[in-house]
Design a protein around this ligand. Sequence first.
Ligand code: HEC
Length: 105
Amino acid sequence: MKVLKLLPFMIAAALVQAPAANAGDLAKGEQVYKASCASCHGSGLMGAPKLGDKAAWGPRVSKGKDAVYANALKGFKMMPAKGGNPGLKDDEVKAVVDYMISKAS
Ligand code: HEC
């Protein structure tokens, strides 16, 4: 019956870990952002919405996150698909989008 006694602790540990995973995604997003996206989104090159620029991001985010993800993955006007880096996984690109949105909200 030892397992039953441990169960509440295991559940508590799982709950504590949940927010940490999210923070990890943002950290991963920041890393990929610096490597693949900052060249345009850091300076606003070619009209790219700058990191942390609420006025530039607000109307984009208001379309809904899924539309913003899709534009980042497939490309959109001067925005190349996956920022011109086809080696990135979809999840990595989405993590960057989450990171960029978190900086502009
Ligand atoms: C070569 C320059 C360039 C690079 C590199 C680049 N972007 Fe962009 N990005 C743009 C431009 C320009 C726009 C604005 C397009 C428009 O609205 O006309 C944009 C727009 C976006 C948007 C807004 C889409 C929307 O729905 O309005 C997202 C999200 C985005 N980029 C994500 C990324 C991510 C993630 C990366 C890195 C993996 C990246 N970009 C790399 C140029 C770039």
